[in-house]
Design a protein around this ligand. Structure first.
Ligand SMILES: [Zn+2]
Length: 478
């Protein structure tokens, strides 16, 4: 018996030693120097500023689009980028989305697609006064361009246009055909991008890679990692909104029933909040953790991240403590709209909530609906898919693929010491539709910790614009 005990102790010690050695041996991702950035074309900053000044706001109802504004944006593109409009062919899709084709010299190569959207979300009148600069002023202050769309996503569009126009000035022709695809309603229905994909499918296009907005370089979001991390999007969570509806005869508020529609709905929401969706570390997240762990200064964290076979439960628990970690490792469900009642002395006969869900790859909208139904466990709450838009989680691009590697290399060429990592995106972008015509969809633009998108004081440092232009130039050259 004693022998067995000693053997066990020995085994535990050996295991602990092995884990410690493994942890000490974890090397940080190699450091590197970026290439020196090429000078910014004279026009780039003023073009971004002009683009912001044209308020291409996506209305919730796409039929209410302000065509005048979108036509003005078209004129701006035509006059700002004359060579592109002379040398590339342009197709107009669903009124204001565009496909520009830049024919390469080698027609046997599958094309490269660079994409962006140029519609923006509105600025609420109450929020406009909180802005430091005019939301649609395109002001340039302290080497930063201010305004709605500066980050999301006119930065990408203008950078792509600047890169191509500059290459045309140098009489450059790409080997691989380059398609520039710009959607005009990404912030609402995304119909422009859907129509672009249909058009490309009719032409039999299968792209080598597709690069769209989504990932960026962060210096701030991972405070324990003292290195910039390039979050390169390789897949998207799904999106669905569910309506929870309770109908129950109301009446005079002086004689309430034991339970009202509001009571039933509140309880349902409370139960839903307390049921936890299953959480897991998917392979790209595992890779992300492995790549950043070498640069963690917290020894225990480094040990846990490099020995997930033992510490996975602990890592999941720690990641569950903050909202980014929770969003990365599980499906989220949150109430976003609550409606009931018309008068203070009338018990309403209806209470309704909308809950919005972001679904982890590997799960489905149907499963989330089932989870909600089970968690609430009350048939009086009618549950159905609602909202303007829903999409299953996307497929994921292999992070060993050429597409991922090319983006990682171009990112490393424009920023010192980055750790490029795969990343599952929490939001949905136009590029999900492009998975029908490419296995190499990657979401990334080398902006750094984008500020204020969909919020207040959206702004882009000029240096990010410079990096982005060089990034796209490298992709076209590659
Ligand atoms: Zn966007």
């Amino acid at each position: 018996m004693k022998k067995l005990g000693a053997l066990l102790v020995l085994l535990v010690l050996l295991l602990a030693g092995w884990i410690l050695i493994r942890t000490f041996n974890v090397k940080p991702w190699p450091k590197h120097k970026a290439r020196s950035l090429t000078a910014l074309p004279d026009s780039a900053i003023s073009h971004l500023s002009m683009a912001i000044r044209i308020p291409t706001v996506s209305p919730q109802d796409p039929s209410r689009i302000d065509s005048g504004v979108f036509l003005q944006y078209r004129s701006f593109l035509q006059s700002g980028y004359p060579l592109i409009h002379q040398r590339l062919s342009r197709e107009i899709v669903t009124d204001f989305s565009y496909v520009y084709t830049w024919k390469g010299t080698d027609s046997t190569l599958a094309p490269l697609i660079l994409m962006a959207h140029y519609d923006v979300v509105p600025v609420e009148p109450s929020a406009a006064k909180l802005w430091t600069a005019q939301p649609f002023g395109g002001e340039i202050r302290r080497d930063t361009v201010w305004g709605r769309g500066a980050v999301d996503d006119k930065c990408s569009m203008i950078s792509i246009m600047e890169a191509v126009e500059a290459l045309l000035r140098q009489h450059y022709t790409p080997r691989r055909t380059v398609l520039l695809c710009f959607g005009h309603n990404e912030e609402s229905t995304g119909q422009g991008a859907i129509a672009i994909v249909k058009l490309l499918q009719q032409k039999g296009v299968h792209a080598e890679m597709v690069v769209d907005e989504g990932g960026e370089i962060t210096y701030e979001r991972l405070p324990d990692i003292h290195r910039p991390v390039a979050l390169i999007g390789i897949g998207e969570k799904g999106y669905a909104t569910f309506e929870l509806l309770v109908e129950k005869t109301g009446g005079h508020s002086s004689r309430p029933d034991k339970e009202t529609a509001i009571d039933i709905l509140s309880r349902a929401l409370y139960k839903l909040q307390n049921e936890k969706t299953p959480r897991r570390i998917l392979p790209p997240t595992r890779e992300f953790l492995a790549r950043i762990s070498g640069s963690s200064e917290d020894f225990f964290q480094k040990m846990a991240l490099n020995n997930l076979w033992l510490f996975e439960g602990y890592v999941l628990y720690k990641m569950g403590e903050d909202k980014d970690g929770r969003a990365m490792t599980g499906t989220t469900i949150v109430p976003t709209i609550l409606e009931s009642g018309v008068r203070e002395n009338v018990i309403p006969s209806q209470a309704r909530a909308l809950v919005n869900s972001r679904i982890l790859p590997g799960e489905s909208i149907k499963e989330v609906e089932e989870f909600i139904r089970k968690s609430i466990g009350d048939e009086r709450v009618k549950i159905r898919i609602a909202g303007d838009f829903s999409t299953e989680p996307s497929a994921m691009t292999d992070y060993h693929s050429d597409a991922f590697k090319k983006v990682a290399d171009a990112a490393a060429a424009v920023a010192d010491d980055i750790i490029p990592t795969p990343f599952i995106m929490l939001g949905a972008t136009d590029s999900r539709n492009f998975r029908a015509i490419s296995n190499g969809v990657v979401n990334f633009c080398p902006t750094t910790d984008g500020k204020g998108y969909h919020g207040i004081d959206e702004r882009l440092p000029v240096r990010d614009l410079q990096r982005a232009i060089q990034f796209y130039t490298l992709l076209i050259n590659g």
